[in-house]
Design a protein around this ligand. Structure first.
Ligand SMILES: C[S@@+](CC[C@H](N)C(=O)[O-])C[C@H]1O[C@@H](n2cnc3c(N)ncnc32)[C@H](O)[C@@H]1O
Length: 229
């Protein structure tokens, strides 16, 4: 009788895992797609939780489907990956500024890896340790912010609205507060609905989307651009 071969089932690869991507994960990203190339850089950098790669990618590509060009401003940037992805997805943006009061330790490795793989973005992404309130925005900017906790998302919206810049936020940690909508809506959803209405009231075109819940349950993406006509 022939010896039976034991076939291991493919191990699950949850996109929302907080496990750090490492070179062991390289075979998961074999293709020549832009995403797989970026993921291979991140795996080699060995510093980023898996979910943060997928969150950053899903926000950046959705934002870029709507908004081209402009200086990219990544507020509460953490690792700064979103700022880099925004340039890789649209080379018509001249530069990006990524700020955080406490830039993540992973940021230099991520930046070095991506610049090594795409030398055309060398010198175009600046990462600075400072607060959102200290950033001078201009109307042509494209403001992005992933998981600016609680009221920090409102600060991002305040900053964008003050100069009528385009904005894309993926809020998190909504702090429940009294809402007239609480009888119908989950309190965190009520807060994000109010944020969308705030943009509409400011004469913005508003787009509401979600990224896959498997990546993060804090998955509501709010995009807005000043209405032009
Ligand atoms: C949940 S983390 C998100 C980081 C990153 N965007 C991501 O998706 O992984 C929130 C970040 O906000 C930063 N932060 C808190 N207050 C801030 C402020 N006033 N200005 C800028 N960044 C701030 C924190 O240091 C932290 O890195």
């Amino acid at each position: 009788m022939l010896p039976s071969r034991i076939v291991q089932p493919p191990s699950p690869f949850a996109h929302g895992s907080r496990s750090r991507l490492t070179p062991r994960d390289l075979p998961r990203f074999p293709s020549e797609s832009l995403f797989d190339k970026i993921a291979r850089v991140v795996c080699r950098a060995e510093c980023l939780p898996r979910k943060e790669l997928y969150e950053a990618w899903e926000v950046a590509r959705r934002a870029r489907r709507r908004f081209r060009g402009g200086r990219v401003i990544d507020l509460a940037c953490g690792h700064g990956l979103v700022a880099h992805l925004m340039l890789l997805l649209d080379d018509t943006s001249p530069c990006a500024l990524a700020v955080d009061t406490r830039v993540a330790g992973s940021a230099p490795s991520i930046a070095a890896g991506l610049v090594g793989a795409w030398p055309r973005i060398a010198g175009r992404v600046t990462i600075e340790e400072r607060a959102i309130a200290e950033v001078a925005l201009t109307p042509g900017d494209l403001v992005v912010s992933v998981h600016a906790c609680g009221a920090l998302t409102d600060e991002v919206l305040d900053a964008a609205l003050a100069v009528r810049a385009r904005v894309a936020v993926l809020p998190c940690c909504q702090e429940a507060r009294p809402s007239a909508l609480a009888g119908w809506l989950d309190p965190t959803l009520a807060i994000d609905v109010a944020r969308a209405h705030r943009l509409l009231a400011a004469d913005y075109d508003v787009f509401t989307q979600t990224i896959a819940r498997e990546i993060t349950p804090k998955n509501r993406l709010l995009l807005g651009a000043p209405r032009t006509s």
